[in-house]
Structure formats: structure tokens, C-alpha cells
Design a protein around this ligand. Structure first.
Ligand SMILES: [Mn+2]
Length: 273
């Protein structure tokens, strides 16, 4: 985009957004921030929605909001905080069974945070990247890499597709797309309206996938695929992102690193040796 006022170029053209609570900050969020500040291009900002935790790091590229800045999340929790089917329990023949895919309250943190950030930055930023806080950046990311994998033109978002619902630890949103607010209203609205209770699964990746499929079918938008339709697991680190980032799924948070056996092929980067 050509800007007539050269001073406008001082704005961040890409922002990264994440969220965590107090324990998350200690277990992985702090490392996520530190490695972001160390390895990401200097003209990209990190926006954190922190829940009940004081962030120690200070940097001109680090922007911190509080969960109190998310009124729609608070309303959602008031409505569904006590609802078992919105908190990881799925009805079966003889009662309820524990199933993370029904933990809408837990995963909705991501949805309300990214929706708020998209509204907040829509008029000033080109690409907004959702990045899970349980990620580590292990190598300098060139600016050209972020540009290469960004959604452009009629692509509303760039995401990690796989054989099942996507891996939403990374999603790049094209804030210049004319239908971006349609997407956001549907994504967030699926939770606020209670529609998530009627879906087969209610975590953010499943709902993201449903909205995406509908928009593709109705030709409202296209989506850029960064993953692989052949794999079901660890699509994040086996995609181009693995050359720069690690995603600490489940018990990998304690180790601070994914297992070598999670890789489907050899990676030459020092982190993986
Ligand atoms: Mn994650």
C-alpha cells in the first residue's frame, strides 16, 4: 500500500497477539515474550492480554492489556462459567465425560482477545498474527519471512491446516480484507450467542474451521494454508514455522522444548539438534 504521508510508515505494520494467565506467564509466557523481543523483526509489536498477572518485561515493542479490557469475555464467563458443557464436559449416554474439545470457556480467552485486537488495530495494521503463548522463538526471523507467509489479496487469514481441524497456535489475519469484521463477528458471536453448544466441538480451532469453511463455500474469502493435509499432529513445528519457532504442546511445556520424535523430517536449525 502506498502511503502519501511518509511519517505514517512509523506505524507497526504487523502485530503479534497472545494471552496467558499468571501460571502461564511463569511456565511459558515469560519465555515467549523474551524470545519474541530477541528474535522478531524490530518493527513488529507484541500485544499481550494478561489475566491477573503483572508483566515484568518493558520494551517499546511490548504492549500489555488486561483481561479487564475484554468486557465480552467477562459477559461470556458470567453466562457460561458454571455450565458444565462449556467447561470440558460432553454429554454421553450415562452422564458426562471429560473432553478438552468441549472446554469453550478455556479456549474462548483466545477468541475474545484476538477479536478485541483486530477491532483495535484494524485501521492501522496490515497483518495481525495470533501466536499461542506456549511458543518459543529460537532463531532470528527475517522480515521477508513474515511477509512471505502473510495472507494477501482475497486471503482473509493464513493458518495451519491439517487432516483434522486446524492448529490455531498461529493464525495470520489480513486486516485489509473487506470481510475481516464479518469473520470476527461470526467467530466471537459463536461463543457470545451460545451457538458453540450446538457444535460437535467448541474449542477455538474447531469454531475457526467452521467459520472458514462457511466463508470459503460462500466465496466471501479465501484462506492461505501453511500446514499439511497429510498430518494430524505437530503441524506447527513441521511447517515452515518450525525453522524459527517451537510450540510446546501439553507436557512439552515442562521440558521447554518439543521432542525430536515430534519432527516428521530432519531440521537443520541448531534448536533441533
Ligand atoms: Mn498452544
Amino acid at each position: 500500500m502506498l502511503l502519501t504521508n511518509p511519517w505514517r510508515r512509523e506505524q507497526f505494520k504487523h502485530v503479534v497477539v497472545t494471552t496467558f494467565h499468571e501460571k502461564g506467564y511463569r511456565d511459558y509466557g515469560k519465555t515467549c515474550i523474551e524470545t519474541f523481543l530477541k528474535h522478531w523483526p524490530k518493527d513488529i509489536a507484541l500485544v499481550v492480554y494478561a489475566e491477573d498477572v503483572e508483566i515484568e518485561e518493558r520494551d517499546r515493542r511490548l504492549i500489555v492489556f488486561d483481561h479487564a479490557d475484554l468486557p465480552k469475555l467477562r459477559e461470556f464467563r458470567q453466562a457460561y462459567g458454571e455450565n458444565l458443557q462449556a467447561n470440558g464436559f460432553r454429554p454421553v449416554r450415562n452422564g458426562l465425560t471429560r473432553d478438552f474439545r468441549w472446554d469453550a470457556v478455556r479456549f474462548s480467552n483466545k477468541v475474545f482477545a484476538v477479536a478485541d485486537a483486530i477491532r483495535r488495530y484494524r485501521s492501522v495494521v496490515d497483518q495481525l498474527i495470533w501466536l499461542d503463548a506456549d511458543t518459543v522463538t529460537h532463531r532470528d526471523i527475517p522480515r521477508s519471512f513474515i511477509d512471505d507467509i502473510a495472507p494477501r489479496g482475497n486471503q482473509l487469514a493464513a493458518y495451519l491446516n491439517r487432516r483434522i481441524y486446524p492448529e490455531c497456535g498461529w493464525v495470520g489475519y489480513n486486516l485489509r480484507h473487506p470481510a475481516i469484521m464479518t469473520f470476527v463477528d461470526r467467530f466471537e458471536g459463536a461463543y457470545s450467542s451460545g451457538y458453540f453448544l450446538t457444535l460437535k466441538e467448541s474449542h477455538d480451532s474447531f469454531v475457526f474451521w467452521k467459520v472458514l469453511q462457511q466463508m470459503e463455500r460462500d466465496k466471501e474469502a479465501k484462506f492461505k494454508r501453511l500446514g499439511s493435509s497429510l498430518t494430524k499432529t505437530h503441524v506447527f513445528i513441521n511447517s515452515v514455522l518450525g525453522g524459527y519457532l517451537d510450540h510446546l504442546k501439553g507436557d512439552r511445556k515442562a521440558a521447554g522444548k518439543s521432542r525430536k520424535s515430534d519432527l516428521k523430517w530432519f531440521r537443520r536449525e541448531a534448536w533441533w539438534q
